[in-house]
Design a protein around this ligand. Structure first.
Ligand SMILES: Nc1ncnc2c1ncn2[C@@H]1O[C@H](COP(=O)(O)OP(=O)(O)OP(=O)(O)O)[C@@H](O)[C@H]1O
Length: 317
């Protein structure tokens, strides 16, 4: 559905997008995830044709965005970070206006209007002035505008920004349901958002893509069995002397004691190294009963920080 090759964008001297490559299959819900300034909006604006790339190409539905701007725009429903809603118009007036701008005939719009109002659940406010609606409702109106003309591709820039927790859940649910009929790209700097909604995540940082995978695979890949929490019954000094001899162990520390006569330990091995069996046999041979052994999961939050916190970022903090 979308293919981007070597996309770069400079703003003056600043390289906001640095030769990124990605593609999106039809039917995917893809999340652009990254801290502020990572280049998410820039990438989205290039795909939609609102911004030109300094270098590189994007194809939407096989059409080069630069060569076929009108056709490409027709395939895309775009919800910018700050949707240009006219506060003095009623919802219906605004949607009619948006349809007109998209070149959709009045008759065609009239037939899809009810479906869209129903889909984004704004039928009950359709005659109210946009300026009087809550932020959540305004976001729905923005989404309704993007859905006019049934574009196969939806691009949603920070669709839940500024909403309260209840509104966030509702919009996420709505986006998920839209995913049945549309290919969707959404950007977010909120991790739970992308893991809740997206099938695949592109993690961006400082204009580059630092990871691309499903939320589950990202967790699995980085989680590994590298860090293990262990609770043993026995004496601390003896436990440490047995465990520190383990092959493949990078670090060992005692984190306290949560049961009488036991000791809690944190063991770290290399990312790809599974030392659980070694721990078991070493403890068994030395008569140190294992009360608990648990690999420590790396949350998507940890992964994100791991991938996006580098020396450059630390310097600028
Ligand atoms: N019109 C512009 N002129 C100059 N610099 C810009 C312009 N637009 C964006 N930038 C810079 O380009 C970089 C990428 O911005 P972009 O808006 O794409 O990031 P983002 O990941 O969408 O961030 P956010 O979540 O804050 O919207 C930032 O450093 C930003 O300051």
């Amino acid at each position: 559905m979308i293919r981007a090759e070597n996309l770069s964008r400079r703003y003056g001297k600043h390289l906001a997008l640095d030769a990124v490559n990605f593609s999106i299959r039809r039917g995917e819900i893809l999340g652009f995830l990254g801290p502020n300034g990572a280049g998410k909006s820039t990438a989205m604006n290039i795909i939609t044709g609102y911004l030109s790339a300094t270098e590189g190409d994007v194809w939407v539905n096989g059409l080069n965005v630069l060569d076929h701007p009108r056709e490409v725009k027709k395939c895309i429903g775009y919800l910018p970070e700050k949707p240009p809603l006219y506060q003095d118009m009623t919802v219906l007036e605004y949607l009619g206006f948006a349809a007109e701008i998209k070149g959709i005939k009045k008759k065609a719009f009239a037939t899809e209007r009810e479906r869209i109002l129903e889909l984004v659940k704004i039928g009950d406010v359709s005659n109210r002035r946009i300026g009087n609606l809550s932020k959540g409702y305004q976001q729905r109106v923005g989404l309704a505008q993007a859905l006019i003309g049934s574009p196969p591709l939806l691009i949603l820039d920070e669709p839940t920004a500024g909403l309260d927790p209840k509104q966030i859940l509702e919009i996420r649910k709505l986006i998920k349901s839209l995913g049945r009929e549309h290919t969707i790209i959404l950007s977010s700097h909120i991790l739970p958002e992308v893991s809740a909604v997206c099938g695949r995540v592109l993690i961006m940082n400082q204009g580059s893509i630092v990871a691309s995978d499903s939320p589950e695979n990202l967790s699995r890949r980085l989680m590994g069995t590298g860090r293990i929490m262990l609770r043993l019954s026995g004496e601390k000094a003896r436990a440490l002397s047995v465990l520190e001899k383990l092959e493949g162990l990078n670090s060992l520390s005692c984190t306290g004691s949560s049961e009488e006569g036991s000791i809690d330990l944190l063991l770290e091995a290399g990312q790809e190294t599974d030392i659980r069996e070694k721990i078991f046999f070493a403890c068994a041979e030395n008569r140190l009963p294992i009360l608990m052994m648990r690999p420590m999961d790396m949350s998507l939050e940890d992964i994100f920080l791991h991938l996006t916190t580098d020396e450059k970022l630390k310097e600028s903090d």
